[in-house]
Design a protein around this ligand. Structure first.
Ligand code: FES
Length: 223
């Protein structure tokens, strides 16, 4: 197998052809935060949380889908990288439901964990937020799109693991949201893979969601 030598955080390391920067970092015990990337699914490169600095590159690059190249000089936690990740997380939080204390996902929320790791508490940004009604049309899942960060992992999971294009992107720009296809057959297994893929509390299993103050409508969910 072709070996590729690179510099990772100042140390010479080697990887193999086709390996991404994220994979190489992981293999070398370096943790790069990710949101839209999930092992076992193809990367979308949409959230930019995994950005790293590569010497002589004009911009920061997304490590989850950038393959290593010979002699790359990569910094995974430089001040520039950390600053960019903090801005990204703050922008996500600025359009995210702020009822973390009542959220079903609680300490399993990847957004919350990354924010804490980056020392981000409250966001400095304010602006228009999305508020969507709870969607419990699906027989197995409850969707709260106010918590969705548009990572697209549910779309990938339903397509690549469930072999059904159950979820997709609807609308554009600020109005983009995840829509489900009423024409697709859905079953519990597909819902489980989507549920497992969601990094936040946007998808919950029916029967397990807790009613929150904001969701005044009783969430009755046959379990
Ligand atoms: S994790 Fe790489 S772009 Fe989202």
């Amino acid at each position: 197998m072709d070996k590729i030598n690179v510099i990772l955080n100042g140390s010479p390391v080697s990887g193999t052809k086709g390996m991404t920067i994220l994979q190489l970092a992981k293999e070398n015990g370096i943790d790069i935060p990710t949101l839209c990337y999930m092992e076992g699914l193809s990367p979308t490169g949409s959230c930019r949380m995994c950005v790293v600095e590569v010497k002589n590159s004009r911009t920061l690059v997304a490590s989850c889908h950038t393959p290593i190249q010979p002699d790359m000089d990569i910094q995974t936690h430089s001040p520039k990288v950390l600053k960019a990740r903090r801005v990204i997380i703050e922008l996500l939080l600025a359009n995210h439901s702020d009822n973390c204390l009542m959220c079903d996902k609680a300490n399993l929320c990847e957004l919350r964990k990354i924010a804490a790791d980056l020392d981000v508490g409250l966001t400095r940004y304010s602006g228009q937020r999305h508020f969507y009604p709870i969607d419990d049309e699906n027989p197995y899942l409850v969707r709260d799109l106010s918590k969705c960060i548009l990572c697209r992992r549910c779309i990938k999971a339903s397509r690549e693991k469930g072999k059904v294009s159950y979820f997709g992107i609807g609308s554009r720009g600020f109005e983009s949201n995840i829509v489900s296809s009423p024409d697709q057959e859905i079953n519990e297994i597909i819902c489980e893979v989507c549920l497992d893929a969601c990094p936040v509390g946007a998808l919950s299993k029916k029967g397990e969601i807790l009613p929150t103050k904001r969701n005044r409508k009783p969430l009755y969910i046959k379990g």
